[in-house]
Design a protein around this ligand. Structure first.
Ligand SMILES: [Zn+2]
Ligand SMILES: [Zn+2]
Length: 180
């Protein structure tokens, strides 16, 4: 039996983690296991004051359990890749490991009043997006689809917490979708 692991770094807010884990389990209709990752300070870039998502994915690959078909990590740390100022997350296309960051999903990050509902909706959408990549889904032109590319929270807010019909079909056809 292969499992979809949802792994948390130590600082992750547990209630939001549980919500995201439940959402992923429901969408991908698979057995989910939890995993603790501890600190990700090794990925801290002192110049940028952010965390490198590439070293983080490397660590996930090294630590990916034998019985994991996929491993989605969740962190509160603000992530970047060298060519971009930040990323909401990153995942290997059709691969084993991905990560989602909550850092920029809260209204407080933008100097606005906290809104739990908005934050959790964004977290669900981004977890679906990165997990979709793990199952081989590419970016979708339909702006409402969870697989459309978002580079701002406004774009995340325009998405629905679901895949469009075409992406849902592609997901069902994915041979990996059936292995989990
Ligand atoms: Zn993407
Ligand atoms: Zn789509």
């Amino acid at each position: 039996m292969k499992y979809l692991y949802v792994a948390a770094t130590e600082e992750v807010e547990r209630e939001a983690l549980a919500a995201v884990t439940g959402r992923v389990a429901a969408e991908f209709a698979c057995q989910v296991r939890s995993m603790e990752l501890g600190s990700v300070e090794f990925a801290f870039d002192a110049d940028r004051r952010q965390y490198g998502s590439i070293p983080l994915l490397d660590m996930l690959l090294r630590r990916c359990p034998q019985d994991a078909s996929k491993l989605l990590a969740v962190t509160e740390r603000d992530l970047f890749i060298p060519v971009l100022t930040f990323v909401f997350g990153q995942a290997q296309l059709g691969g084993r490991v991905g990560v989602v960051s909550f850092a920029r999903l809260r209204q407080e990050f933008y100097g606005l009043a906290a809104n739990r509902e908005i934050f959790l909706e964004r977290a669900h959408k981004e977890a679906l997006h990165e997990t979709g990549h793990l199952f081989g889904l590419v970016h979708c032109a339909e702006r409402k689809c969870a697989m459309s590319l978002a580079t701002t929270v406004r774009q995340i807010d325009l998405k629905e917490d679901a895949f469009c019909a075409a992406c849902a079909r592609a997901m069902r056809r994915s041979p990996e979708g059936k292995k989990v």
